[in-house]
Design a binder for this molecule. Structure first.
Ligand code: NAD
Length: 247
């Protein structure tokens, strides 16, 4: 693997941006969407994480989220989260952009974190009722009512995450673009690199002249275009990079 290359790239970089995906949390025990544990009952994520699925069967969608919330609550951050948090604390110009909704990056104190797809602990009123805030935190595990109800209007509550087919929060997109535009090393870690617009950040960084790297167990569409492709477990690779840096 190109470990030496990535160590040199990290050592030489002035501004690092890391895009993370479900693979970063796999070692914590949280299933990825496209991995072997990606199915819940007989459903794929794409069949549940959409407004149409919620409209059709809110109870089913909430049962899936309740199951995922229980899984996340029982998991601990792993070495990948810890190393990235250390980078964000050590280097103020290091930015982490995540597609994960599990908040494990936050739990280890990652600074300057952009959560492109929101948090699994945030909810909002499905009807957008005027009395409710735009979103609020609900950390009940398991939920005592499925589907949960809006405390303001009694209507349905939805997970305040970005579902397939929905737009990202413009402020998050802007922050991610800014982090991508300013970096001289862009690392795509543990993501299948196919969900847009997140996947476009790598292309953007490359076009702007940044060195690009990928850390993934498998080859992905990104593998062919990056300067450095490291095949391996992200939690092990990042720990080795950190050790080589002498940190
Ligand atoms: P994905 O499931 O499409 O891909 C996961 C990628 O991680 C794969 O390319 C796989 O080869 C790689 N991988 C798995 N284990 C790894 C490891 N130990 N080390 C390195 N690589 C590893 O996930 P994605 O690319 O993040 O995108 C799909 C969507 O899934 C995102 O929108 C995200 O919100 C959502 N998602 C989030 C979580 C979470 O919050 N933890 C979990 C599942 C899915």
């Amino acid at each position: 693997m190109d470990l030496d290359q990535i160590v040199r790239a990290v050592r030489g970089a002035r501004r690092i941006t890391v895009l993370t995906g479900a693979g970063v949390s796999a070692a914590s025990g949280i299933p990825t969407f496209r991995g072997p544990d990606g199915l819940w009952k007989q459903f794929r994520a794409e069949q549940l994480a959409t407004p149409e699925a919620f409209e059709r069967d809110p109870r089913l969608v909430w049962e899936w989220y309740d199951w995922r919330r229980q899984k996340v609550a029982a998991c601990q951050p792993n070495a990948a989260h810890r190393v990235l948090a250390a980078w964000s604390q050590r280097w103020p110009t290091c930015h982490i952009i995540t597609q994960n909704v599990d908040d494990l990056h936050l739990r280890v104190g990652t600074r300057d974190l952009v959560r492109l797809h929101g948090s699994i602990w945030d909810v909002s009123c499905w009807n957008g009722c005027a009395a409710a805030p735009s979103r609020w935190r609900d950390e009940r595990v398991p939920l005592d009512e499925v589907p949960p109800r809006c405390p303001h209007c009694g209507g349905l509550v939805r997970p305040a995450v970005v579902w397939f087919g929905e737009s990202l929060d413009p402020a998050d997109v802007e922050a991610a673009h800014a982090a991508t535009a300013s970096c001289d090393l862009f690392i795509s870690a543990g993501t299948s690199a196919i969900v847009y617009p997140a996947a476009a950040f790598l292309h953007d960084a490359k076009r702007r002249g940044a060195t690009t790297a990928e850390i993934n167990l498998e080859t992905t569409p990104a593998s062919e275009i990056v300067d450095i492709a490291v095949q391996g477990k992200v939690e092990e690779v990042l720990e080795q990079v950190e050790a080589a840096l002498g940190a």
